[in-house]
Design a protein around this ligand. Structure first.
Ligand code: MCA
Ligand code: AMP
Length: 504
């Protein structure tokens, strides 16, 4: 039966004995073995009653099994909803109820906290641990190693990825098989991936970067991934001599540069370093070239759109730019109000259209209509300029967003949690430059008249509600927030005032 992702990514590898996942301690899982595991998982999903179009939420540590859950969803037509392992049960409950997931796969230690919510919503909870064990793995134990793929078209949903918004309500971006596959096909060729490649995979697998960009490209090309549980500097340094490529967020590159053992010799077998998810500083690009002789290839994407632009493989990789629109992607720099293109060289809203652009937000037609124009252009919220020869430079964001080590933090989420704390009259959350994470979170708090705020208490309190990466790393207490004549908090002024708080 037709299933475009299965046919392109899995079918050619069903009997492929070459390694797919190279694991610590010199073990490896071949493409064939990985797909057999995924087939057993797909049978387990089917036995659990999941049918094409149903949703499965997974909050699991990175492991081969965790990746096989994704592949099993593609095989069986189940919509995959990966969740950041840092999310608190409070955050996860929202995703489960909003998505209407039929099954949650998570760690045993989260089961207790989510149990009540799952019971109330009638959702089944199965476990999968970092070592691949758990009740879900047990369900798949004796299943057949071939799964007849579910009938799916390019327009059918493959994944639901939640992205927060400036309104504080997380929205599920609906990504179809066609959205994911079209991007994978383009990127594989653009970046010249082949079965000879060995990619260092140190990214998490719950976001577009590590899940779709890295994994789908390696499935399509039949290559291998040195599959690390997380970015561990020593493990990455050890992996470099046997690898050909790496994908990472800028923090990966600054951490490598901070290590004296990161040398040109170590990178001799490497052909490509890709950076994305957050701005790569031109000085990092230059320092990297000086140290290794490699020019990092920077690209730009979003959860809603997959990858939109990339610096060229052969041509000029320009530091500080995100390169050229990818083949098949229409990109315009437009007036934010009208969508009409601005004059060349002028700053405007980046809008994109193409087979990579998502289907809209899950059960939120109004939000979809606000960001996706009727003619198919998606309003990214990123401000940019385009040079005469087509290179795009991102110069800012119209959305209130902080990107910390490649993770997005929407200030409104954090402000809501802070405003609920006793004694807090109001708060403003901003990003400040951070030497390791690019940007990090600063909270500016205003106490209620006569109240004395205890930052340690506030930290402890919001710790139970907000994922660690969203929690402020610096607090300031002020008598009032600066406002403009319209009464709006002047975040730009706050960012200027506190821009040095993380500098040594
Ligand atoms: C971990 N922590 C963080 C972050 N990561 N805090 C703020 N920002 C972060 N990014 C917390 C940990 O929970 C820990 O908490 C403390 O910070 C110290 O962690 P550390 O050991 O330094 O962090 P790490 O585990 O080494 O992780 C840093 C990291 C990681 C390697 C930069 O965050 C990472 O892999 N980021 C990649 C994110 C990514 O894949 N983004 C793509 C999404 P405690 O202090 O309590 O111990 S965007 C996307 O997909 C779009 C489409 C695109 O364009 O690609
Ligand atoms: P997300 O929605 O989590 O996928 O985050 C997407 C956002 O990350 C984009 O809208 C950009 O603001 C930012 N982003 C991704 N890649 C880059 C890049 N290379 N340079 C600057 N910002 C980037």
């Amino acid at each position: 039966m037709p299933n475009p992702m299965y046919e392109a990514l899995f079918a050619p590898n069903l009997d492929n004995d070459a390694p797919f996942l190279i694991l610590p301690e010199d073990s490896a899982l071949t493409h064939k073995a990985f797909l057999r595991m995924a087939s057993r998982f797909a049978h387990a999903l089917h036995d659990a009653g999941l049918r094409p179009g149903d949703r499965l939420a997974a909050q699991v540590d990175k492991s081969p099994e965790a990746l096989a859950v994704y592949a099993a969803c593609v095989m069986s037509g189940v919509v995959f909803l990966p969740l950041n392992t840092g999310y608190t049960p409070h955050e996860v409950s929202y995703f489960i109820s909003n998505s209407g997931a039929q099954l949650v796969i998570g760690r045993a230690d989260s089961r207790e906290e989510l149990h009540g919510d799952c019971d109330q919503l009638g959702v089944r909870y199965e476990t999968l641990e970092a070592d691949g064990s758990g009740s879900f793995a047990d369900m798949a134990d004796d299943q057949p190693e071939h799964f007849e793929p579910a009938d799916r078209s390019e327009d059918d949903l493959a994944a639901l990825l939640y992205t927060s918004g400036t309104t504080g309500l997380s929205k599920g971006a609906m990504l179809s098989q066609g959205n994911l596959l079209s991007n994978t096909v383009v990127l594989k060729d653009y970046w010249r991936f082949s079965a000879e490649d060995v990619l260092i995979h140190a990214l998490p697998i719950f976001h577009t970067h590590g899940l779709f960009v890295a994994t789908n490209i390696m499935l399509l090309s039949g290559g291998a991934m040195i599959y690390l549980p997380r970015f561990d500097l020593d493990a990455v340094l050890d992996a470099l001599p046997t690898a050909t490529a790496m994908m990472g967020v800028p923090t990966f590159y600054t951490r490598l540069l901070d290590s004296p053992t990161f040398t040109r010799e170590r990178c001799e077998g490497m052909r490509l370093f890709v950076s994305g998810s957050a701005p790569l500083l031109p000085e990092t690009h230059k320092a990297f070239e000086a140290r290794t002789g490699h020019r990092i290839l920077e690209r730009y994407g979003m959860t809603e759109t997959n990858m939109n632009t990339s610096n060229p493989y052969d041509g000029d990789r320009r530091a500080g730019t995100v390169g050229l629109p990818l083949p098949g992607v229409d990109l315009k720099i437009a007036d934010p109000d009208t969508g009409v293109p601005v004059k060349a060289g002028k700053v405007g809203m980046i809008e994109v259209r193409g087979p990579n652009v998502f289907q809209g937000y899950w059960r939120m037609p109004d939000k979809t209509a606000e960001e996706l124009r009727a003619d198919g252009f998606f309003i990214t919220g990123d401000l940019g300029v385009q040079s005469d020869d087509g290179y795009v430079t991102i110069v800012g964001r119209s959305k209130d967003l902080i990107i910390s080590g490649g993770f997005n933090v929407y200030p409104v989420d954090v402000e809501q949690a802070l405003d609920e704390q006793p004694g807090v009259l109001e708060s403003a959350v901003i990003g400040a430059p951070h030497p390791d994470l690019g940007e990090s979170v600063v909270a500016v708090l205003v106490p209620e008249p006569g109240a004395k705020l205890d930052v340690l208490e506030i930290e402890a309190e919001i710790g139970g509600k907000l994922a660690r990466f969203k929690q402020p790393r610096h607090y300031v207490i002020v008598p009032e927030l600066p406002r403009n004549s319209m009464g709006k908090v002047q975040k730009k002024l706050l960012r200027q005032t506190y821009e040095g708080v993380f500098q040594a």
